[in-house]
Design a protein around this ligand. Structure first.
Ligand code: PLP
Length: 392
């Protein structure tokens, strides 16, 4: 059987390859900063790429590479490049393409620090960004300029779960020779394969579902070799490599990604339906619900919906705050993708660094609460929400 035809879980367990040092069954943590050379010629050959091998962990490390092989396989990519964080992965993917004086088009609903990276930090280096509603392909077309070189999309977007049609957006972007970079952190490679839908780069904050256990920060970028090469060079130059221990934890996490995502998805749908029918909740933002504007596109381009979404409290900001103070099972914390349920207030937490006018433009309200639905019994999560809502 052609190995690429095997199922997701089989590939997640076997794509790293069977051969390991000392016949180890599990890929060991190569906790070493450097690697010795047999002689001077060996060292020179490795630097000149005349022989395969390892030189220095910032450039490459066997544990990191095993993890990259698995994610590349799951994404259907020629290569994956692991980074020290999701933000470093976004920066690396974009900086591998853009130079001072160039421009990129981005979705206008993004994780808060991504808004700042594109709108402030990269702007200081002469790279300008236009933020538009990418769920409307015409808005992307209208924003393209002669010096536009990339399109950055987050779908589903954090925290409003806005969905961008990746096929339509990629087709349009390629007419203008743009590099299409997709942050699919909320979806994971289990539910969305951005490269198959036309994107050039699929990336994830692996801190979230890929690690899955909430014990390592990381990011990973997958692409065809010609696109991944400059991204890897940027990582080496910038020193944004992951630690071997973190790569080990992420490799452990990705092995159970499929299993976890099925349960996360099921629980999230149950919780979203409960919230949708609750009188104290004025709106649920989740593409898994039929009434959501992104539902039809999400059904087409994703094989499941994920587990992170937001809702507005009918009683405004005070009600949102009281809800967060009334929880017992869930944890009040930012981040997502952990085994357990996390709940937080985007306007004062994950998106607090975003200027107020941009927050409004993103559709982010003061009464919005974001939930990452974990693997507990759904009934227990719902009961916890019910008790907290009763106390509002
Ligand atoms: N992209 C999205 C959609 C996120 O939600 C996050 C973090 O929450 C990031 C990127 C940044 O990831 P990291 O915290 O690993 O740098």
């Amino acid at each position: 059987m052609d190995a690429s035809q095997r199922g997701f879980m089989t590939r997640a367990l076997h794509a790293e390859g069977h051969e390991k040092p000392y016949h180890a069954h599990t890929m060991p943590i190569f906790q070493t900063s450097t690697f010795y050379f047999d002689d001077a010629e060996h060292g020179a050959d490795l630097f000149a790429k005349r022989r395969p091998g390892h030189i220095y962990t910032r450039i490459g490390n066997p544990t990191v590479e095993a993890y990259e092989r698995v994610v590349a396989n799951l994404e259907g990519a020629e290569e994956a490049v692991a980074f020290s964080s999701g933000m470093a992965a976004i920066f690396g993917a974009l900086m591998s393409r853009l130079r001072a004086g160039e421009h990129l088009v981005s979705g206008d609903t993004l994780y808060g620090p991504s808004v700042n990276l594109l709108g402030q930090t990269m702007a200081r280096f002469g790279i300008e960004a236009s933020f538009v509603d990418t769920s409307d392909p015409e808005a992307i077309r209208a924003a393209v300029r002669p010096n536009t070189r990339a399109l950055f999309l987050e779908t589903p977007a954090n925290p409003t779960c806005r969905i961008t049609d990746l096929q339509a957006a990629s087709k349009l972007a390629h007419e203008h020779d743009l590099l299409v970079v997709v942050d699919g952190t909320f979806a994971t490679p289990y539910f969305q394969r951005a490269l198959d839908l036309g994107a050039d780069v699929s990336l994830h904050s692996t801190t979230k579902f890929i690690n899955g256990h909430g014990d390592a920060v990381g990011g990973i970028v997958s692409a065809r070799a010609e696109v991944a090469g400059p991204i890897r060079k940027f990582r080496t130059d910038a020193g944004a490599c992951p630690a071997p221990m973190d790569a080990f934890l992420n490799l452990r996490g990705v092995r159970t990604l499929g299993l976890r995502m099925e349960r996360h998805n099921e629980n999230a749908l149950a919780v979203a339906h409960f919230l949708q029918d609750h009188p104290q909740v004025s709106r649920v933002y989740f593409h898994g619900l039929e009434a959501d504007p992104g539902h039809a596109v999400a059904r087409r381009q994703m094989s499941g919906f994920g587990a992170t979404f937001s809702f507005d409290m009918a009683g405004g900001y005070d009600a949102a705050r009281r809800l967060l103070e009334g929880i017992e099972v869930m944890t009040l914390a930012v981040s997502l993708g952990t085994l357990d349920t996390l709940i937080q207030h985007p306007a004062s937490m994950t998106h607090a660094s975003v200027p107020e006018d941009i927050m409004r433009q993103q559709g982010l309200t003061p009464e919005m609460v974001r939930i990452h639905v974990g693997l507990e019994e759904a009934d227990d999560i719902i009961a916890d929400l019910q008790t907290a809502l009763d106390g509002v």
